[in-house]
Design a protein around this ligand. Structure first.
Ligand code: PLP
Length: 397
């Protein structure tokens, strides 16, 4: 559930501070802005929360992933291993960066598996774009070992995993660079927005330049400095950064609330025999945004989804009614675009219309997710848990 449930005076205060100066641009105008730097403050907050050396706030999670690709040196004709279960932005970032998405299997972690990645590697594989889906980390050790063994870069799409940790470290800290999203549906929202992180100075500087037409931002007069590379405009506005900053300062509390309510419901559903839960390589690191569970079969999952609907319980069934699984990406399978794209000229290692991903198909067709609100009262949460237990018991029993 989006961070809007936590909106309050803080968001307004930061936005008004920007409006009072009128400097909606994140660079320079030092004499007019009265010390108000929301994009910089948001970046400082993300650096501190994730313990990253560098953070760059940008216009969206999608553009943050694009920055990851470019700053990691992944581009034209490079094969990038991706999951078939993600938001389509992951795949688009590869394609518009000139690369070739290569689909590998996800498993019960809801993320790429080390085994799946290993099988998808070819001599042209340049990177793995690992997505930490639904608020928790993938099997990072397993996947990193495969990347290291084959000398492949690891890039993390952590757009859904701000507030998620793996063995004590924030996700996004395990590869060359990572992306977070502050879109309307994420744990913290700025309406639109994203943040790129890395621990490597050169990678940061490349993303910084790339996100603003290649400007190097040296000196105090943007526009008159050097521009060593071509880039594009992926800048965040100070208004969006102001909201993101207020949300970021609440993340600890949001995460605690969500984890508490998730545990209440999960404890109740643990009593349903035959119900299986998402495998989490590090349960303590979970951000708590989703409770994910598997029904014994695809038919049972569809039956449960219908019954949840009849009972007014809102769940996500990504397999058919969401835009997050490859079976709903006809445009991608047929590489349909408005204007010609580089990938349409390349020899592809996979036929996207005939992918063989039985494991992903099995896992995602049985998966149901409940978005957790942190603002539910204990009573509301228990009530929901009991109702869900009733539905699931009747379907599985
Ligand atoms: C939301 C999301 C994105 C894109 O973020 P936007 O801010 O919506 O552009 C990228 N990857 C994943 C996995 C996402 O969930």
């Amino acid at each position: 559930m989006p961070g809007t449930e936590y909106f309050g005076e803080e968001e307004k205060k930061h936005v008004n501070e920007v409006l009072d100066t009128g400097i909606l641009f994140r660079y320079n105008h030092d004499d007019l802005r009265e010390g108000i730097w929301k994009a910089k403050d948001l970046e400082a907050e993300v650096r501190s929360y994730t313990d990253s050396k560098y953070a760059l706030a940008v216009s969206s999670g999608s553009t943050a992933v694009a920055c990851c690709m470019a700053a990691s040196g992944v581009g034209y004709r490079d094969e990038v291993i991706v999951p078939p279960f993600t938001y389509i932005a992951t795949i688009e970032a590869v394609i518009y960066g000139g690369g070739i998405p290569v689909f590998a299997e996800v498993d019960e972690t809801l993320c790429l598996s080390a085994e799946g990645v290993e099988k998808a590697i070819t001599p042209n594989t340049k990177a793995v774009l690992l997505v930490h889906m639904c608020g928790a980390a993938a099997d990072i050790d397993g996947i990193k070992a495969v990347c290291d063994r084959h000398d492949i870069k690891l890039i993390e799409d952590s757009a859904q995993a701000l507030g998620a940790f793996y063995k004590g470290k924030h996700v996004g800290k395990f590869g060359t660079a990572s992306a977070f999203s502050f879109d309307f549906f994420k744990i913290t929202t700025a309406g639109e927005g994203g943040v790129f992180i890395t621990d490597d100075e050169e990678t940061y500087l490349k993303a910084d330049n790339f996100s603003d037409h290649g400007h190097d931002h040296i000196g105090d007069n943007r526009g008159m400095e050097q521009h060593p590379y071509l880039g594009f405009n992926y800048r965040i506005s100070e208004l969006h950064a102001a909201v993101g900053l207020a949300q970021m300062q609440k993340l600890g509390r949001i995460r605690d609330d969500k984890r508490r309510n998730k545990k209440i419901i999960k404890d109740i559903l643990l009593e349903v025999e035959g119900l299986e839960f998402r495998h989490m390589p590090d349960p303590e690191g979970d951000s708590g945004t989703f409770l994910n569970f598997f029904l014994p079969s695809k038919d049972k999952a569809q039956e449960a989804v219908n019954k949840f609907g009849e009972n007014g319980i809102g769940v996500a069934y990504w397999y058919t009614n969401m835009f997050h699984y490859i079976n709903q990406w006809g445009h991608l399978k047929n590489l349909k675009s408005i204007a010609p794209m580089a990938i349409q000229e390349l020899d592809l290692p996979q036929d996207y219309n005939n992918l063989h991903l039985p494991k992903s198909e099995d896992v995602i067709s049985r998966l149901i997710s409940l978005g957790i609100r942190g603002t539910w009262t204990e009573e509301e949460t228990r009530d929901l848990g009991q109702k869900m237990k009733g539905v699931l018991s009747s379907v599985i029993g």
